[in-house]
Design a protein around this ligand. Structure first.
Ligand code: DGL
Length: 262
């Protein structure tokens, strides 16, 4: 069973992709809906929240953990790897960086939360792999509450997207990395705001591909199982979230409420 976690419903974009690429995998998802958003919190708080969730996932005997949150990948990834040395971690930043660097892109925009953009993780990792790429980053803090509210299209999200991306055209951006797992829910709105010519990289898809690559290298030793069974745990499971999660996953799923110390 793979553990997957995020601050809220954003990591479900990663779950959806994992289910496409690895349909027989069992997934245990944790969304910290009681404490979302994480993206405007301090690294210490994001590390503490992430560690509490990983303690829970380890207690449930997951074989690996996908940090399905750019914010946690950026500011808590190293911390978690040190704190849980026996756990195999996948994050959502590295696969997106690999994708950017594998193609002929030289002017890249990265959008994310305040914590992700503030960490400079994408600039650093892209620069370490390829020196001649310019990275323009932009915090888009209002996108996460819009998604958690289920308000993903229409005049208000469009106006916010236009405002956020107004500087990209002058910079001749070729590709935009959705550096937050909540953002894929806004792709139609984002697409309209940036126009047709900018390519969009979805870190959720890149992460699922990286997991599949890793699984295929080990699969020979294991028997393939049947269609995966997934479990969904949330720290707040109000009727609003119930409805939204089912809409996102397009299936009837039962949700377990779990809680952590403040
Ligand atoms: N989905 C998250 C990310 O990828 C976190 C958003 C938030 O809680 O602010 O960054």
């Amino acid at each position: 069973m793979i553990g997957v976690f995020d601050s809220g419903v954003g990591g479900l974009t990663v779950v959806r992709e994992i289910k496409k690429y690895l349909p027989t995998e069992n997934i245990l998802y944790v969304g910290d809906t009681a404490r979302v958003p994480w993206g405007n919190k301090s690294p210490e708080t994001i590390q503490r929240y992430s560690a509490q969730i990983c303690d829970f996932l380890v207690s449930q005997k997951v074989s690996k953990i996908v940090i399905a949150c750019n914010t946690a990948s950026a500011v808590a990834g190293d911390y978690l790897r040190n704190r849980f040395p026996k756990v195999v971690f996948f994050d959502v930043v590295q696969p997106a960086v690999e994708r950017v660097c594998s193609e002929n892109f030289f002017r890249v925009a990265v959008i994310g939360t305040k914590a992700t953009i503030g960490s400079g993780v994408y600039q650093k990792k892209i620069a370490a792999k390829k020196g001649n790429v310019s990275v323009f980053s932009k915090e888009c803090p209002l996108f996460v509450p819009l998604v958690e509210e289920g308000w993903m299209s229409g005049a208000i999200p469009s106006a916010i997207a236009k405002k956020y991306f107004q500087s990209f055209a002058a910079r001749n951006v070729e590709v935009m990395v959705l550096g937050c797992t909540h953002y894929p829910f806004l792709i139609p709105t984002i697409r309209r705001a940036v126009g047709k010519n900018i390519k969009i990289i979805n870190c959720a898809t890149e992460t699922a591909k990286a997991l599949k690559k890793d699984e295929s290298s080990q699969r020979q030793r294991r028997k393939p199982s049947k269609q995966g069974k997934d479990k969904y745990c949330f720290t707040d499971a109000s009727p609003h979230y119930h409805k939204m999660i089912m809409r996102i996953m397009k299936e009837k799923i039962s949700i377990k409420k779990i809680s952590f110390k403040a």
